[in-house]
Design a protein. Structure first.
Length: 344
């Protein structure tokens, strides 16, 4: 038996709010101009939002208005001030991308396992379901539940790394309820229902173990895009690439490479009858063909042929995986592989 932990942050966590703002700006650029080049970052503290980065697009957008709209949709009040410092993409990088090359160097990972129909670890899907349920509470009872929060599962796993039981389910959530016992019980009931549906027993729940959680969000903490790349990917169950997937158009291989590595991992897992599969892609900026495609699995390393290298050229990935579809704000909410195209 093994004990292992994974984590999610809720949609209203300041870092996640920034990810969604960056994703929303990218979405609006792509809606109007599919050739947009976007690398937008966001930071937030108190009532102040900073937007900065590079933008090359024919789209007519209102970044300040988009940022405020996203924050309202999360459940935060109006009144944020927005400062932006955005310049054009480097012409050297732009020229290389126009020729089909990768928009950056780096390595990206994709992962799949046979735990769930989504080919994601069971503990990860449980936390995604909890985060979505908490978001519904925030919008149904905004005077009781506030947007910020996070959750963690410390699981008991067998030798095949399958989740058998949950040792500790830790949930920190921001509320304004004087009767903490009532809200804790409601959250416990939701978490227990999710776990029962997956036939997982929970030994212990911890709610706000540091004490009261009444002041949260950007009032209590700062937020920044790209600080939750583990949550965005596989919640510690797999290696993580070096770059964020948020606020970047898919010519950046941080985005397209990560999505392709995930698609390959699922495909190889099904074809080879694997327990789990992890794919690493690596690129050099300006070069179309990946430097390497490495596949590891519970049955050892798996070689790939030239056709896979050809599949992993950025322009082909973008076209075949439909990565110009404006969906990045939604994908930033609970992790980029949480829905795999499904609508809630």
């Amino acid at each position: 038996m093994k004990i292992y932990s994974n984590e999610i942050v809720f949609r209203g966590h300041p870092d996640k709010a920034c990810d969604q703002i960056a994703g929303a700006i990218l979405d609006e650029c792509l809606r109007q101009d599919m050739e947009s080049r976007v690398a937008i970052e966001c930071a937030i503290k108190g009532d102040l939002v900073f937007l900065f980065g590079e933008l090359g697009t024919k789209a007519k957008i209102d970044p300040k208005g988009i940022a405020k709209r996203v924050l309202r949709s999360i459940g935060y009040p109006s009144g944020f001030r927005v400062i932006k410092k955005i310049s054009a993409q480097s012409p050297d990088i732009s020229a290389a991308v126009e020729e089909g090359g990768a928009g950056d160097q780096g390595m990206m990972f994709g992962y799949a396992c046979d735990d769930t129909p989504e080919f994601l670890p069971l503990a990860q899907t449980i936390l995604i379901e909890l985060a979505k349920a908490y978001d519904r509470l925030v919008h149904e009872r905004p005077n009781v539940y506030f947007p910020d929060g996070k959750a963690q599962i410390t699981g008991i796993y067998d030798d095949d790394f399958r989740l058998k039981e949950i040792k500790t389910f830790t949930i920190s959530y921001q509320n304004n309820e004087r009767n903490r016992f009532a809200t804790d019980n409601e959250i416990r009931s939701i978490a227990r229902e999710i776990c029962n549906r997956h036939c997982i027993y929970v030994h212990e729940y911890l709610f706000n173990p540091s004490g009261e959680f009444r002041i949260g969000g950007p009032e209590a903490d700062s937020g920044l895009t790209g600080r939750k790349i583990v949550v965005d990917a596989y919640q510690s169950f797999a290696n993580v690439g070096g770059g964020s997937m948020n606020g970047k158009d898919p010519t950046k291989v941080d985005v397209s490479g990560a999505y392709k590595a995930r698609e390959l991992a699922k495909r190889i897992l099904r074809a080879e009858g694997l327990r789990w599969c992890e794919v690493q892609l690596s690129y050099a900026i300006g070069k179309a063909e990946p430097l390497a495609v490495h596949v590891d699995s519970d049955k050892g390393e798996i070689g790939v042929g030239a056709e896979i290298y050809d599949e992993c050229r950025p322009q082909r990935i973008i076209s075949e995986l439909n990565l110009l579809e404006p969906r990045y704000e939604k994908r930033a909410r609970y992790g980029h592989f949480a829905d795999e195209g499904r609508d809630d």
